[in-house]
Ligand binder design. Structure first.
Ligand code: HEM
Length: 85
């Protein structure tokens, strides 16, 4: 589970940044996790928990721009990985 979190963070950073390749893992894992019975919507919930944890850790350093950037990121990931499909 720890490596799942590490891979997820790498994939999110790559998706938000240079998109060199790690971001592709998101769509792969959405498909492969069907076999574990993981509902696709849980992926967005998982990413939102990562965001909330960062926000809690940053406290006053968290900004409205960060909230907006994350909102946009989650919508883009949803569309890219066909999570809502
Ligand atoms: C981008 C997000 C995710 C990544 C990169 C990821 C990655 C992985 C990897 C690499 C594995 C090991 C086997 C495999 O390749 O399928 C795994 C297993 C697993 N993942 Fe994820 N995962 C993600 C999201 C989730 C979510 C949202 C859930 C459920 C809330 C979940 C539940 C599980 C379960 C139940 C297993 C099997 C564990 C076991 O039986 O040992 N994963 N995941």
């Amino acid at each position: 589970m720890g490596s799942m979190l590490a891979l997820t963070i790498e994939a999110i950073l790559d998706f938000a940044g240079e998109r060199s390749g790690h971001f592709r893992l998101i769509a792969c894992e959405v498909a492969s996790h069907d076999a574990y019975g993981t509902p696709r919507e849980l992926f967005i919930s998982f990413f939102a928990i990562i965001r909330d944890t960062l926000r809690d850790q940053l406290g006053d350093e968290w900004s409205d721009e960060m909230t907006q950037a994350w909102d946009m990121l989650l919508v883009e990931i949803d569309a890219f990985a066909g999570i809502a499909a």
